[in-house]
Design a protein around this ligand. Sequence first.
Ligand SMILES: NC(=O)c1ccc[n+]([C@@H]2O[C@H](COP(=O)([O-])OP(=O)(O)OC[C@H]3O[C@@H](n4cnc5c(N)ncnc54)[C@H](OP(=O)(O)O)[C@@H]3O)[C@@H](O)[C@H]2O)c1
Length: 323
Amino acid sequence: MANLPLHRRNIPVSRLALGCMGFGGEWNQNPVTSEHIRQGHEAVEASLSIGINLFDHADIYTQGKAERVFGQILAERPELREGIFIQSKCGIRFAENGVPGRYDFSKEHLLGSVDGILGRLGIEYLDFLLLHRPDPLMDPEEVAEAVQRLKSSGKVRRFGVSNMSAGQIQLLQSYCGEPFLINQLEMSLAKIGWLETGVHVNQDAARNDVFPEGTLEYCRLNDIQIQAWGPLAQGLFSGRALDGQSAAVQETAGLVERMAVEKETTREAIVLAWLMTHPAGVQPVIGTANPERIRACQDAERIVLTREEWYTLYVASRGKALP
Ligand SMILES: NC(=O)c1ccc[n+]([C@@H]2O[C@H](COP(=O)([O-])OP(=O)(O)OC[C@H]3O[C@@H](n4cnc5c(N)ncnc54)[C@H](OP(=O)(O)O)[C@@H]3O)[C@@H](O)[C@H]2O)c1
């Protein structure tokens, strides 16, 4: 794993993170309910019980309710703050007043977003702020100014990006004094573009690849922690109904189940271990708010897949032999 900085009395960041996108229920402007807070407490407790200390947010999740729920949890258990890492993201705007949903890395928007995030979470600082999705209109100089202001004001300790290619990170980094330490990307047994781009070099099949070539390598070379969003593939290989799914998905799900039985663990642990066995040191951001499913991920770090097991799952998930 790349080195996320040790932090606060040398507490290291956990290998798994909890994604809080499900906190607060539906994506709407309805008020947070006591049931949301109860569910949030359970998810946080289950996470802490398996050693998770990194919690991933974004200002848009459930339209701000996810951060409000988490803020309420911290208000009720203030002692938690110093032992955990809180990460949030900004830069995506909802549609409003006839203007479509869009991205916004303007200085004004980034600074205002962080104030909103800190207010909803009820905290003084974020451990990590990620720029959520690349804004085609981003002006790297302006982003650098915003980053500098957020850093010097103490509102954000460390920075990262999400869904960005190597070139986009390089562009931002060349203007920014602060290092971008994280890149959060969709990666799972169902989203294998990050591997396909690599194995398709010098192949016609490369024409269909969507994952930007060199991004994985750039992150590894520059000690940028790669975080995987959607790492459980929304349960596709760990218990979700498979009606109508492709033969490749069905076969992969069967293999995951068999390996889980053989290794006396859960299917979730196998699915995550497959990501974590890759030498890039991927940090999965699991998105379930279900305490049982969170606990089912506990073994992920302990399980080591052999080269043969890893390739068996990879080849099954791609649905055809490697070139
Ligand atoms: N950077 C980005 O652009 C981006 C985009 C999306 C998400 N994220 C982050 O990544 C986190 C994870 O993403 P994700 O939620 O897409 O990923 P995930 O961890 O792959 O999937 C979690 C979702 O799948 C459901 N699920 C898991 N196992 C299941 C099963 N066996 N049967 C039925 N449903 C099952 C969960 O429902 P239950 O809650 O009921 O278990 C939950 O809705 C999010 O919370 C968020 O923090 C980042």
